[in-house]
Ligand binder design. Structure first.
Ligand code: ATP
Ligand code: MG
Length: 420
């Protein structure tokens, strides 16, 4: 193993590609920031108990994918595998739900860790941007979140994604369905692990990707037939609101999602250009989670969008992001005196809000001009002893190739005007 190798299942974000990740995080969070969601940041690790209770003892995340550790002080911690449990924990700890302003609307962005089998689009360290709306049961809120995610993806230029939508019922109707499903599943020909899953979390069996399992599920009882009137009406309202907003979705009654805490509205964003790791984001309503982690009843809804897979989706669709210019002006000094003079100009440009860079290390004209080209700068400033003696610098427009001498004292103002 080389010392310079990132751990298995991880990769580094390096320029210029790292700019895409920043742009994606920015684009996903922009609609949230414009919709009353406040930024929240929680630690990268939590007490392991939070996830065991909040994500669910029967989920792959908790049983197989969590990075757990015991600290020198004996605390049992886990690197966060997802965001919702932490955000809810933090909101409860800060009593945000008691400020009389429900829902508490929060957004976050950060790193998540899951011990998974690494493959394209599936990593052990990945990043998500997420949103949670805590403390309110209102179909408009479910619709709002789905609409904002759709808006985020569209603003990035993505088109080949689909929204899958389902309702998982609530604490009235879901248990009745669960019983019926268990009775059906127990009669099937399934392996030991799946039989165990029937007892702990039978809905997850519906999500099994294996063809021989899916074949046996054709006649499984359908959740749709068991939804209580309240859940049905709620779901119809969410659907109607999405339709009214012009958001296209597909009803997918097999959509159950990996986490234990979802109730009612459940959705996933899938992208058709990504192969088997097709989910770019997902979320839903989690009315019971607060009580599961020891808080009061706080019906809530949220989503998390995967930044890594969103970048892959952009590449799959061939979308070129309109990335901000990193360097507008590049300064090339010839000689020591020019170095001081041009560095002062660069400092002045930066203070005036113009992105500027400099040929460091006393390089020759040829090499420095290559760097100027590579920087993508629209303008280059070149100055040697003779220019300085005349009190000017050479300003070159890299697009037209046109070069003009500009008085040293005027160059910041001249460039600020030209760059608008
Ligand atoms: P999958 O079914 O692909 O395992 P998931 O249901 O476990 O996804 P969520 O917990 O809903 O995923 O997380 C939301 C989003 O985070 C996913 O849609 C995906 O874009 C991203 N994500 C989840 N796990 C990973 C991972 N290991 N590597 C990269 N992105 C991930
Ligand atoms: Mg997963």
């Amino acid at each position: 193993m080389s010392t310079f190798q990132a751990p298995k299942g991880t990769y580094d974000l390096i320029p210029p590609d790292s700019a895409k990740f920043l742009a994606v995080r920015e684009a996903i969070s922009a609609p949230l920031r414009d919709s009353g969601y406040g930024y929240i940041e929680t630690p990268g690790f939590e007490n392991v108990e939070l996830f065991a209770r909040g994500v669910g003892e029967s989920t792959d995340i908790v049983t197989k994918e969590m990075y757990t550790l015991t600290t020198k002080g004996g605390d049992q911690l886990a690197l966060r595998p997802e965001g919702t449990a932490s955000v809810l924990r933090a909101a409860l700890e800060a009593n945000l739900h008691k400020a009389g302003n429900l829902p508490v609307k929060l957004w976050y962005s950060g790193s998540y860790y899951r011990y998974e089998r690494p493959q394209k689009g599936r990593y052990r360290h990945f990043s998500q941007v997420g949103a949670e709306a805590i403390g309110t049961e209102d179909p408009v809120l479910d619709a709002e979140l789905i609409i904002l995610a759709d808006q985020a993806y569209r603003s990035l230029g993505l088109r080949q994604f689909r929204i899958l939508l389902n309702s998982l019922g609530d604490k009235e109707c879901r248990p009745v369905y669960r019983d019926a499903l268990q009775t059906f599943l127990r009669d099937l020909d399934l392996d030991e692990e799946t039989r165990r899953r029937i007892e702990i979390n039978p809905l997850r069996v519906l999500d099994d990707k294996r063809a021989d399992v899916q074949k046996q599920l054709t006649d499984a009882p359908r959740l749709r037939d068991y939804l209580c009137d309240a859940c049905k009406a709620y779901h119809e309202e969410v659907r109607a609101l999405l339709t009214a907003a012009g958001v296209v979705y597909e009803d997918d009654e097999k959509l159950v999602r990996g986490l234990d805490y979802y109730t009612r509205t459940t959705f996933e964003f899938v992208h058709d250009g990504l192969g088997s790791q097709s989910a770019v984001g997902g979320g839903g309503r989690y009315d019971g989670l607060s009580e599961m982690i020891g808080g009061p009843a706080l019906p809530s809804v949220g989503w998390a969008l995967g930044v890594d897979r969103t970048v892959l989706a952009l590449e799959a669709e061939g979308v070129e992001l309109d990335l901000p210019v990193t360097t507008s002006v590049y300064a090339v000094p010839l000689g020591d005196e020019a170095r001081r003079a041009l560095f002062a100009v660069v400092t002045g440009l930066r203070r005036a809000g113009v992105a500027a860079d400099f040929a460091f290390g006393g390089r020759g004209l040829k090499g420095a001009m290559k760097s100027a080209n590579r920087s993508g700068a629209r303008y280059t400033l070149v100055a040697g002893e003779r220019d300085l003696a005349e009190g000017v610098v050479q300003l070159k427009d890299m697009e037209s190739g046109e070069q003009t001498a500009v008085a040293l004292a005027d160059v910041v103002a001249e460039l600020t005007t030209r760059l608008g």
